[in-house]
Design a protein around this ligand. Sequence first.
Ligand code: KIV
Length: 271
Amino acid sequence: MLDNLLQPAASANDFLYAKAAARRLSMVTCYDYSFARLLSETAIDGILVGDSVAMVMYGHPSTLSATVDLMRLHTEAVSRGAPGKFLVADLPFLSYRKGIPAALDAAQALMSAGAHALKLEGVDGHEDVIRRMTESGIPVMGHLGLQPQSVRSYGGFKIQGRGEEAGREILRQALALEELGAFAVVLECIPAPLAREATSALRIPTIGIGAGAACDGQILVLQDLLGMNPDFRPRFVRSFWDGAGSIHDAISRYDAAIKSGAFPAGEESYQ
Ligand code: KIV
């Protein structure tokens, strides 16, 4: 446990320095050891063990099924694979809405699993929790706009912050997060002009997903940027690889090689 807490990595302060230096921040989600190892060899600035693990790795329809135990297991795996990377873990649904002691227990579980910072959604109603965490030395990343843990109250995954009042509300919440000591805020699926306004109003960096190019950084789900799920192509996702096609192709060649007798070859066998 102590080993994890002492891992060297970039810090939340580096995110603030990056904003001050107008250097864009890159983040990606990761849920497992083998992808984490690959990410550790890249220049990516930060990894998020997102509660989207419930959807991407377990096939649930929303993030509501993620639990602290699940997040702890995946945080440990990613931390083992990428010990030198700045690692943010998501506090799952309701884990920070049951009062300060329960929230701190959840935070402790994820920090001792290797997280360097924690992300939580929204601000209203859990200001006390955010303040206690930041005052306890836990770097907190906010998440505004489309908050996937509120999907039931939206009635689906919908763009947020459209219209003047809704936009003002997101700006208010972003400034409140900064005031409470958050070191960064994810802005998900909001109009690009609103994200631009928030980015210039805040001293802390904004990390956008579906929030346009003016954010201080960007994040995507790893499997989305790798093109692993061609059926999921919202406007804000860019596939940087045809993962699904390449993987199908490799598995088909493997299958064919077995069936033709070409695999394993002599040099792939113990003589
Ligand atoms: O859980 C997640 O993947 C996230 C990103 C979409 C920001 O919160």
